[in-house]
Design a protein around this ligand. Structure first.
Ligand SMILES: [Zn+2]
Length: 283
């Protein structure tokens, strides 16, 4: 995505965005969503449409890995984003392209049927992918896909098909990172910051550490300068910002998208509505 990120502002001119991403569609998502709703944050839930209702016991887990029921999907996730995690959770980097396409497109279609909403996001099962996998995602109409690679920073990804999160919720750096995210940026031109936390909700039962999420949400929620958004809301907003058109001398900016985009250019705030052209002031 070609975008000069330092001039980007999030909706309403905010400088920070916070998002969460949870995988596999397990029954502990219910408790997690209740927490998200209590604190007014938004999450993305990556679901496997071929394994709803399945119950597994893995040797590395103390608790059962129990999936939610298909009939629960629409109601449970209604305030959050539903995204793909493939039909059967395979290692996509080991599969031929047509099978990758089947796993993603079939999952997408089923999740759209169940939710009645468009599904364009994804998280890679096991975090594995390669160039062939990414090509299949493009063919399936997927806008972004999350990896399991922590950045420990607040950067906006260059390639949304390799969207590296800030950290997992069990990362010892979680609360120090939350502190750094909320720190006031006193510089003349503050850079936009994106804080992205991921995990699996069964891990809170398995490790008996629900307080990790509660402490994080207590710290990060309720700040005026932070946009609390799902993954797709962020990816689609940045897609719109990257679609702005500039005149040869940079003095005019046109917004051809259906979204309002906020920018900070030469220390001035601009709010560029859909279909609008604005002139950049140069003192
Ligand atoms: Zn998974």
């Amino acid at each position: 995505m070609r975008l000069r990120k330092d001039v980007l502002r999030f909706p309403e001119g905010k400088t920070k965005a916070f998002t969460l991403s949870y995988d596999d569609g397990v029954i502990q998502d219910k408790r997690l969503i209740a927490l998200f709703d209590q604190y007014g944050v938004k999450g993305t839930f990556n679901l496997n449409s071929g394994t709803f209702g399945q119950e597994d016991q893995y040797s590395h887990l103390k608790v059962k890995h129990t999936k939610i029921l298909e009939k629960e999907v629409a109601e449970l996730y209604r305030n959050h984003e539903i995204a793909c995690h493939t039909v059967t959770h395979p290692d996509l980097s080991a599969l031929p392209s047509n099978t990758v396409l089947y796993e993603v497109l079939t999952d997408r279609k089923r999740l759209e049927e169940l939710s009645g909403k468009m599904v364009r996001g994804m998280a890679y099962p096991f975090g594995t992918f390669d160039g062939l996998v990414k090509d299949s995602l493009c063919a399936a109409g997927i806008l972004y896909s999350r990896t399991v690679q922590s950045t420990h920073d607040f950067s906006i990804p260059d390639d949304f098909l390799e969207w590296n999160p800030t950290c997992h919720h069990d990362d010892p750096e979680l609360l120090p990172l939350a502190g750094a995210f909320l720190e006031k940026d006193g510089s003349r031109r503050p850079k936009p910051k994106l804080f992205y936390v991921w995990g699996h909700s069964y891990e809170f039962d398995n490790n008996q550490n629900w307080e990790v999420m509660e402490n994080l949400l207590k710290r990060v929620s309720g700040h005026e300068e932070v946009w609390y958004a799902t993954n797709i809301e962020i990816a689609e907003y940045i897609e719109a910002a990257a679609s702005l058109r500039y005149s040869a001398d940079g003095g005019m900016v046109f917004n051809p998208t259906c979204r309002t985009v906020w920018m900070n250019i030469l220390d001035r705030e601009y709010c560029i509505h859909s279909g609008e052209m604005v002139r950049i002031v140069r003192d």
